[in-house]
Write a protein that binds this ligand. Structure first.
Ligand SMILES: Nc1ncnc2c1ncn2[C@@H]1O[C@H](COP(=O)(O)OP(=O)(O)OP(=O)(O)O)[C@@H](O)[C@H]1O
Ligand SMILES: [Mg+2]
Length: 324
């Protein structure tokens, strides 16, 4: 399989203002030692609880946030420092697109759906000429399941699911190689979620685009992904093919997540696993295993030392002291 994107040891430290009158400054390590790759035409699912650093990771890849350290290789070239000329910057932006959860906020209310797509086309000069552009936009609208009559309507005239389709149209009209999908269906009803996901799968098949699919919902990730990475407090805890991750979750955190996911098979008994003990503790970041306070397999070493990554089986990686 041909690799299209690789991130190595990616880190993001934010300065958080805390204390009385926000006068104290504290470094918060939101993304820590994150490494993974995405192959051509595949979907890599990125799952984890709220605040674990999923969006920050995605935003660093599309250049909305500057990494503190680490590398991002796109087609073999490091794009993390972005100290390149405008032409190659534009080229990277065209190739790595993003879809956001909040489709309403990501669209300009003054532009029609067609103009929103046209704006992207104009920046990147994908198609020129009035007639050619109209035809191209009609084709893209058909790809995302919108009617050509809807091209001249404004965002408020669409439903949430349809607005998300405009967001997808805006991304795919540039013929990108990767789309970072940041919770693209999390705000939608379950039935609409399924329609959008099916549409995204059709688009992937047609154009061979790779997806980094970010979600806190393991059942959505299970449906769409080829491989999955599991994140916790900025660290990747586990990486495996979808089949392997759900059949043999290794990390105690992944196991808890998988056991808490409702089964889609009505013949299987309903799982009633209690939620994880304790709350997320950010003070453990960089000190020991950040999951030590919630883990049911915790031992002495977990409180003393940060775990490193082990390849437990081919392509199945885990960051846990149990697998040294
Ligand atoms: N600009 C910022 N300044 C300071 N802290 C930030 C900033 N952006 C994000 N953070 C912090 O970094 C951590 C990771 O945030 P991020 O948005 O990446 O999480 P997430 O996994 O996408 O969560 P969610 O599922 O809620 O979208 C959080 O603790 C967040 O408060
Ligand atoms: Mg997020």
């Amino acid at each position: 399989m041909e690799e299209i994107l690789r991130v190595e040891k990616l880190e993001k430290h934010f300065i958080k203002e805390t204390g009385f009158l926000k006068k104290e400054k504290k470094v918060f390590k939101a993304v820590n030692d994150v490494s993974f790759h995405i192959n051509k035409g595949e979907t890599l699912g990125l799952v984890g609880e709220s605040g674990c650093g999923k969006s920050t990771t995605g935003r660093m890849i599309v250049d909305l946030i500057q990494p503190t350290s680490g590398s991002i290789f796109f087609e073999g070239k490091n794009i993390a420092d972005r100290s390149r000329d405008r032409k190659s910057q534009l080229e990277i932006r065209k190739n790595i697109q993003m879809i956001f959860q909040d489709s309403y906020a990501s669209l300009d209310p003054r532009l029609t759906a067609g103009q929103a797509v046209e704006e992207a086309l104009d920046i990147h000069r994908i198609v020129t000429g009035k007639k050619e552009k109209r035809e191209y936009i009609e084709k893209i609208f058909a790809d995302v399941g919108l009617q050509k009559e809807q091209i001249d309507r404004y965002p408020h005239e669409f439903s949430g699911g349809q607005r998300q389709r405009i967001g997808i149209a805006r991304a795919i009209c540039l013929q990108p190689k990767i789309i970072i999908c940041d919770e693209p269906v999390s705000a939608l009803d379950v039935s609409i979620q399924a329609q959008i996901i099916n549409n995204m799968e059709e688009i992937q098949k047609k154009y061979g685009i790779s997806y980094l699919f970010i979600s806190h919902d393991l059942s959505v990730v299970k449906h769409i992904s080829d491989r999955v990475i599991v994140m916790y407090l900025g660290y990747i805890f586990e990486e495996a093919s979808k089949e392997e991750l759900f059949a043999r979750p290794l990390h105690p955190y992944t196991r808890a997540l998988v056991e808490a996911t409702p089964s889609t098979n009505p013949d299987l008994p309903k799982r009633n696993k209690p939620a994880l003990k304790n709350e997320i503790d950010t003070s453990l970041i960089g000190v020991c295993c950040p999951f030590a306070n919630r883990c049911d397999s915790v031992s002495d070493i977990c409180w003393k030392q940060e775990p490193s990554v082990t390849e437990a089986a081919d392509g199945h990686k885990v960051r846990c002291h149990l697998y040294k």
